[in-house]
Each structure stands twice: as C-alpha cells, then as structure tokens.
Design a protein. Structure first.
Length: 142
C-alpha cells in the first residue's frame, strides 16, 4: 500500500493524536479519504483518541474488509464481547457497539472489497471467546 509522504503528513495532522491537542477530527476531511488512507489511519490509530474515527471508517462505503478486520482484532474483542452490554461502562459500551457493528456488517457482507490485507491468525490463539460465534471471514486472512 502506497501513501505518499505528503498525504501521510496530512493524515497525521488531521487524524492522529487529536486528543492531545484537544481537537476534534473533521468529518468533512474524513470523507475525502480513500480506502487505503482509511486503512492507514486505522493501522496507526491511537486508542487514547477514542473511537469516533473508527466508527466513521466502519460506516464508510469505502471501508475495506481488511481495514474492518484490523480494527476488530486490534480492539481486543474478547474483553468487550464476553460481557453483556448492561455490565459495561460508557467507554466499554462504545467499543462493544463498534465490534457488534463490524460483526453485523461481515455477516451481511456489507464490506464489498477485500483488497487490503489483514491476517488475524496470530490473534486467534489468544482469543478468550467463542470463535464459532464470529463470522468466518473475521477469522481468516483477507
């Protein structure tokens, strides 16, 4: 995947470590991102910035299966999915909702492209949950 140096600087300036500068990410700028740029943002996301941009990525019609898989597995899904929504605090509930959205969209085959690669197999051996409950596409290389 090739992101030009100037575009990388743009992505870092507008979508990375926004919380440290007390900035909010700009949805209008986000809409200009390509699927490759969304993958780059997801791959370098600082979880301290929250998950607003990750929701934008998952909701985007440009979101690639590889990007969605990468977000899912980077979120440590077993921690959030093994607790019922009622037993989670506000922050956990937001992550739970994001993970459920990814699962639903994989089940309904809403992610149209699988061009960008992600291999979750190294995460599977540490997953402390029911792998059978996940869509098969989330447990296989993309």
């Amino acid at each position: 995947m090739i992101i030009t140096p100037s575009r990388e600087r743009f992505l870092k300036a507008h979508f990375f470590e926004q919380s440290f500068d007390e900035k909010e990410p700009d949805f209008e700028l986000f809409k200009t991102l390509s699927s490759k740029e969304q993958y780059f943002v997801a791959a370098h996301h600082n979880w301290d910035d929250g998950i607003k941009v990750l929701h934008w990525i998952i909701d985007s019609p440009k979101c690639d299966k590889g990007t969605a898989s990468r977000i899912f597995w980077a979120a440590e899904p077993d921690y959030y999915l093994k607790k019922s929504p009622e037993k989670q605090d506000e922050e956990e509930k937001g992550m739970y909702d994001l993970l459920q959205k990814i699962i639903r969209k994989f089940n309904q085959q809403e992610f149209k492209n699988g061009v960008l690669k992600h291999d979750p197999r190294s995460r599977l051996e540490y997953f402390d949950g029911d792998l059978g409950a996940l869509p098969k596409a989330l447990t296989r290389p993309i």
